[in-house]
Every structure is written in structure tokens, then in C-alpha cells.
Design a protein around this ligand. Structure first.
Ligand SMILES: [Ca+2]
Length: 333
């Protein structure tokens, strides 16, 4: 029995990846740079070529293309793309010229430094990214903006909402353990119940520490176990116990612990089908997940909504924006 409490770390902590954008074979940065240069110079701009090249290369390859472009054209490729493109297509292409962490860091910065605070974006990113991703985002944030992510989050949020986001940014989440600790699972499940549904009011600090420090596989089992204490499951309990941005944040966390790709699939569906399609959300999810798990998000999408992600993109977007999204989503499985 005691053996089950021994904490063994996996030798590899990386989560499996399910990208739709993978390294191009026979990659030649000089040839690609020449194609981009011609496309930019073409009268009226040859958007199709820009889309074809840049969506079928990884970020690392796009960087090489940018270097090759600068050597031959004697100017910065990103600046040239900015000048040549506009609107939603420009947003996607410029997003692709950032690494996933740079993109996330910039989206967070934009959500904080824009007019007011865009809590929705802040919550989506901070509550859905893995510990590993958050570690990287913090590092890149500091490099790009010469300030700590913690400091910016603190300056723009308050109360328990701030406490939860800051706890996530501290990146104290445990690595998955190879051994299931049933005692700890039971203890955490009961603690979540005792801190919420069981009492008047909510001991938010306990919820925050459990949900920001335990590993995802552990929390999945905790939420299962939770149902043997509480008449409501964890998501229902969150809705009953807390409100506003704190509720939204806990819900994103809980949904992502359960099935992160399903969470993104639902969010994409909502954003595309909402009145005045929330293009910013669609762009952000597709750009930020195409080298991470967009393939799996597509599978969850199809399973849940009975229609492929690609078909939905086709129905709800148009023009070059549609072309670039479809290319990033890859072929239907
Ligand atoms: Ca309560």
C-alpha cells in the first residue's frame, strides 16, 4: 500500500504533440524567400503564394525564410509583409512569424495593455496553457517587454481572480507522476468539497492551491473522486460557488484538465457561430495551436459537432482569411 505514495517523475515531461503544421520536407529557405519576394512585389500582392509558403512551414522554418529574405531583399520580411497585407490575413501571417510562446506573450500583453483589460483573452491563455508552456511564456514575456508577466497581471487584476492567475503564473504545477496516489486524490477531492459546496461561502485559497499545484492526471482523478462527496460535479460546483471572472477562470481550468482539445473545439465553434464572428478568438486558437494540438482539436470538433472544423471554417469565413485558416487546419482526417 505504501508504495503507491512514492512520487516518481516521468523521464520526459513533454506532452505529446498533435500539430497540423509540421516541418516541410525538401525545405529550401532561399527558394521560399524568393517566392515571397516575388509575391510581395506582384501588383496587388499575390496573397495565395504567401499563404501557401508560410502556412506549410514551421515557425523555425519561417525564421530561416525571413533570414534568407533579408539577405536577398536587404529588408525585413515582417515589415514587408505588414506593408503588403491587411486585415485578418495580416493578423494571421504576422502571428505565424512569432513562436508559439512569443505569440501567447504578445496576446497577453495586448489584453492587458489595450484599452481596459480583455479578461477573456487573459483567462483563455493563462488557464489553458501547460506548466511548460507558461514557463516559456514568462521567459519570452520578459525578453519582449522588459517586465515580469507577474507584475503586469498583478497591476491589472484584483481580488481572488488576481490570486488565481498569479498562482498559475508561478508555475508550481507538479509533473505527472507514474504512480497513482489514491490517498492524496481522496484528500484533495474532500478538501475541494469542504472548501466549497459543504460550507457557507467558499474557501477560494484552497481551491486555488489544489488547482494550480497538482498535476493534470492527478486532478482528473480528483474530479472523479469529488463526485462521491459532492452532489454536484466540479464544474457545477464552480458555477454555484463563485462568480464573474473567477468563475470563468476556474471553468476554463476544469475543462482543460478534463479535455483541453475539446475545450478549444467548443471555443472555436462558439466564436465562429456567434453573431459578428469573433475573429480574434478564431485567429488566436488556430495560430497558437497549429504547432501544438490543432489536429486533435479538429478530431474533437468533428466528434462533438458532427461536422469538420474545416467545413465550419468554410461556412463562416471568407476570402484570404478563409484560405489561410483552412491551410493551417490541414486536410480533413
Ligand atoms: Ca459554499
Amino acid at each position: 500500500f505504501f508504495f503507491c505514495c512514492v512520487h516518481v517523475k516521468y523521464s520526459v515531461s513533454c506532452e505529446p504533440k498533435y500539430p497540423t503544421v509540421v516541418p516541410a520536407a525538401d525545405f529550401d529557405p532561399d527558394r521560399d524567400a524568393a517566392r515571397i519576394e516575388t509575391a510581395i512585389k506582384t501588383k496587388g500582392v499575390d496573397e495565395q503564394t504567401i499563404i501557401d509558403v508560410l502556412t506549410k512551414r514551421t515557425y523555425a522554418q519561417r525564421r530561416e525564410i525571413a533570414f534568407a529574405y533579408e539577405r536577398r531583399a536587404k529588408k525585413d520580411m515582417i515589415t514587408a509583409l505588414k506593408g503588403a497585407l491587411s486585415g485578418s490575413l495580416e493578423a494571421v501571417i504576422l502571428g505565424l512569424m512569432k513562436s508559439t510562446s512569443q505569440y501567447d506573450a504578445s496576446e497577453i500583453r495586448g489584453s492587458i495593455k489595450g484599452l481596459g483589460t480583455d479578461e477573456e483573452t487573459l483567462i483563455e491563455i493563462l488557464c489553458s496553457r501547460s506548466n511548460e508552456e507558461l514557463v516559456d511564456i514568462k521567459k519570452v514575456y520578459k525578453e519582449l517587454f522588459k517586465t515580469d508577466l507577474q507584475k503586469d497581471v498583478k497591476g491589472d487584476t484584483s481580488g481572488n481572480f488576481a490570486k488565481l492567475l498569479l498562482a498559475l503564473v508561478e508555475t508550481k504545477r507538479a509533473e505527472p507522476s507514474a504512480i497513482v496516489d489514491y490517498e492524496k486524490i481522496d484528500e484533495d477531492a474532500r478538501a475541494l468539497y469542504d472548501a466549497g459546496v459543504k460550507i457557507k461561502g467558499t474557501d477560494v485559497a484552497t481551491w486555488i492551491s489544489i488547482m494550480s499545484e497538482r498535476s493534470v492526471p492527478h486532478l482528473q482523478k480528483v474530479f472523479q473522486r469529488y463526485k462521491s462527496y459532492s452532489p454536484y460535479d466540479m464544474q457545477e460546483s464552480i458555477v454555484k460557488e463563485v462568480k464573474g471572472d473567477l468563475q470563468k477562470s476556474f471553468l476554463v481550468l476544469a475543462q482543460c484538465f478534463e479535455n483541453k482539445q475539446l475545450f478549444f473545439a467548443k471555443r472555436l465553434n462558439e466564436a465562429m457561430k456567434s453573431k459578428g464572428a469573433k475573429e480574434k478568438i478564431v485567429t488566436r486558437i488556430i495560430v497558437s495551436r497549429c504547432e501544438v494540438d490543432l489536429k486533435k482539436i479538429g478530431c474533437e470538433y468533428k466528434t462533438n459537432f458532427g461536422q469538420s472544423l474545416q467545413k465550419t471554417v468554410l461556412e463562416h469565413t471568407k476570402g484570404d482569411y478563409q484560405k489561410v485558416l483552412l491551410s493551417l487546419c490541414g486536410p480533413e482526417e
